[in-house]
Design a protein around this ligand. Structure first.
Ligand SMILES: [Fe+2]
Length: 110
């Protein structure tokens, strides 16, 4: 098994970034954007690409998006709803460099 030791640029290319409101209304839909390669774009070719991104609320996977190697960028907006406060996080999977985890984003429910 190959083990990767990421440098700063590799981290910026792969780590998903979550954009979400800090406060939402209970049970009402809101948008969460997940961006891979926000600062440094990740390649999207047959040889090297982000295959999928998933969004988590605490320990529950709430949404997942698959990307074509050549025709889609790893940027996605999910519409979700929450019943209680949650920590959102995202995973991104690169076919060459494996799984990457975002920072957690706290969303308060009013
Ligand atoms: Fe990669």
């Amino acid at each position: 098994m190959k083990v990767h030791f990421p440098n700063e640029e590799t981290k910026k290319k792969h780590t998903p970034v979550i954009e979400a409101p800090s406060t939402v209304k209970k049970g009402e839909p809101f948008e969460v954007k997940v961006i891979v390669g926000k600062e440094v774009p990740h390649p999207q070719t047959t040889e090297h690409y982000i295959k999928w991104v998933s969004l988590w609320a605490d320990e529950v996977e709430v949404a997942k998006a698959d990307f074509d190697a050549n025709n889609a960028l790893p940027i996605v907006t999910f519409t979700v709803k929450l019943e209680k406060d949650a920590k959102l996080s995202a995973l991104a999977y690169c076919n060459l460099h494996g799984l990457w985890h975002s920072e957690e984003v706290e969303v308060k429910v009013e």
